[in-house]
Design a protein around this ligand. Sequence first.
Ligand code: UD1
Ligand code: MG
Length: 482
Amino acid sequence: MDNALAMSNHDVAVLILAAGKGTRLKSSLAKVLHYAGGRPLIDHVVRACLPLHAKKIIAVVGHQAQQVSAAVEPLGAETVLQQPQNGTGHAMLVSKRAIGNAKYIIVLPGDAPLIRTETLRALLQKHKSGNAATILTAVLADPAGYGRILRKSGDTVAAIIEESQLTPDQRELNEINSSIYCFTAAKLWPALAHVKPNNRHREIYLTDAISILNSSGETILAEIAADPREALGCNTRADLAGVDRTFREWKRDQLMRDGVTIQLPETVLVDPDVVIGEDTILEPTVQLLGKTRIGMRCTIRTGSVLRDATLGDDVLVEPHCVIDSSRLESEVILGPFARLRPESHLLRGAKVGNFVEIKKSTIGEGSKAPHLSYIGDTKVGSKSNIGAGTITCNYDGFAKHPTTIGNRVFVGSDTVLVAPVKLGDGAYIAAGSVITENVPPDALGIARGRQSTKPNWAAKKRRELSATSAHHPKKKPHKKRR
Ligand code: UD1
Ligand code: MG
């Protein structure tokens, strides 16, 4: 086939069923907005459909329609409102006008997020051989909860039987309906018009259209998913956890193929948009979230959580660091136990050590804040040293103020820098100072009470104390037990 033809599907409309509440999740949030693999379920489904270049992608919305629409519209899907939600067949009927004159309809449930584009392409290809319907099925060890495929012959399907309507014999059937189908529109609509709400929930089931098509002599084919996980729906929290596990595994497998070392991979959680360079090492229990980007040869040690972080090459993140919306240039060393809050920027070779919190600050090239500090709204130049326990007082109870620290500045331990304040290049701050005024370049800033030393004071004190206790002899000690 011509390549361009294979790529575009202008005769196809994609319909995603996403109006249901998801009662079995016991949640105030609509089912398709629940997260798995770092994205809402519906988001995965729309993304899998986009490369088909169908005429349109329509999401049927109902429960929390506004929120679901807000999730799919930015991805290029349009929406149809189904109110009330009278079943999957009813959802199709209310979308008829939006589907318009598309020759083929691909239907997907909004709660089966593991589906892949290639599988949909194969389904469509198979369908175009002239069937009325082609169903994506899967053979599961535990088919409970799914509609079952009743085969007519080796290739063709007679009906889909919903779980609640299975006869005892049919319970043994382990080929399930994924709820992903391809229909020929001209054949589906008349069949759907005949579906009655003949079930406990008084709903119009799309699945009932299959037996109607079969009775009118139409051909219904089933395509068994090569990876049965692609057919899995999420009806319960346990289903969500299972699907999340698969997404995480797929992402880690991709990263490992791309040259990333992952220790105890099953403990490492990486969001879908994360990018990591070759020879980077992820230790157990690391989490890389959001739009995090990591360069080459970095090591992210155990327990660290990075969200929307950008790291250059050869960065070392020691155990148990938290990095949020911050940037670390190459050769930075961070942690253990460091916290970077949003808009922190550590320039090349900077070193930020244990129990240091940084917010909206820049730490210049080769500068160090090795221990126990808070640095907020601060700009530190290059090759400066921030001593242990240094605190920037950036907030006076009313407003935030900046601190500027130049190049090659030495800030002694336990310094308090009361912002706004500036330390010039080469300045030196004596330990324990409370700095409230600017310190010019190369000056010494010292701001603390002078020490006074009283010779023999302690010895004298002890003598006084033992003299008074002589008048109050100690109680007899307890007898030692044998
Ligand atoms: C459905 C199928 C079942 C299949 C299973 C696969 C039917 C009757 N049953 O069952 O054969 O094995 O999916 O996961 O179709 N929805 C609407 N409007 C409605 C009802 C549902 O848009 O009125 C949407 C839901 O939001 C959901 C999807 O359709 O995304 C499927 O509905 P759900 O209730 O999950 O159906 P299942 O019981 O899983
Ligand atoms: Mg379902």
